[in-house]
Design a protein around this ligand. Structure first.
Ligand SMILES: Cc1cc2nc3c(=O)[nH]c(=O)nc-3n(C[C@H](O)[C@H](O)[C@H](O)COP(=O)(O)O)c2cc1C
Length: 216
């Protein structure tokens, strides 16, 4: 198989795509994000809340992975993870992050960059308790991002975590943490079959937002 030819022949932006009129965009990027998220849900986009989270380690080496968006409000764009994971340690050392969404059915991309901080312990606790029991067990059992030398260790840890949740349904995972990214820029990108892609970037200026178009 010729991989280069295979990749070159794959279609992109072949389906009908929505129009985006940046002149009508609201003044705050969160409002446009919520509107686009609603469009994605209505259009049946699979897992529209899945996003890339990029961070850097202490040496400046970038890292990226997929997470679920938990909320967007005045505190920022929120995700939940284990504070002891690789990403948890990275943001503890370098509290900066970038988020990326790609809604391929609509040819839409959203990017946000900014600072990241853990929210208060009550928010993390209530997020943890709102999760399905299987997710809570998995978090309690996990030593996320550590080397798993023996898969049997995971099975033992899962069994112990199941017992712990059965004994006390309100048991918390101390390292489960909700983080919020406070963006300084948010870019909305609408793909176009004729490559007239539309890019609108919001840039934080003091307490408000400037909007600017970008060359595609
Ligand atoms: C669709 C999808 C959703 C995910 N959601 C989360 C999440 O919300 N929180 C999380 O910690 N990991 C989530 N993961 C797993 C992460 O991608 C990653 O493997 C894990 O958090 C360890 O990352 P790290 O070693 O960089 O810390 C998800 C993975 C996928 C594919």
């Amino acid at each position: 198989m010729n991989i280069r030819n295979l990749l070159r022949d794959l279609p992109v932006f072949a389906q009908p795509l929505p129009q985006f009129a940046p002149g009508d965009a609201p003044g705050h990027p969160n409002d446009l994000f919520v509107s686009w998220l609603g469009d994605a849900v209505a259009a049946g986009v699979a897992e529209p809340h899945a996003m890339s989270l990029s961070t850097v380690d202490a040496d400046g080496m970038p890292d990226t992975r997929t997470l679920l968006l938990k909320n967007v409000d005045d505190r920022g764009w929120q995700f939940a993870t284990d504070a002891d994971s690789a990403k948890g340690r990275q943001v503890a050392t370098r509290p900066l992050a970038a988020l990326g969404f790609y809604w391929r059915e609509q040819g839409r991309q959203v990017r946000a960059r900014g600072s990241v901080a853990a929210l208060d312990p009550q928010t993390s606790a209530s997020d943890f308790l709102a999760r399905p029991v299987g997710s809570r067990v998995a978090s309690l059992a996990s030593r996320q991002s550590e080397v798993l030398t023996d898969p049997a260790d995971l099975e033992h840890a899962l069994t112990a975590a199941e017992d712990a949740v059965r004994d006390n349904p309100d048991v918390l995972c101390e390292s489960h943490t909700v983080y919020a990214v406070t963006p300084v820029t948010v870019e909305f990108w609408q793909g176009d079959a004729r490559r007239r892609h539309v890019r609108l970037r919001y840039r934080r200026v003091g307490d408000s937002w400037a909007k600017e178009l970008l060359w595609p």
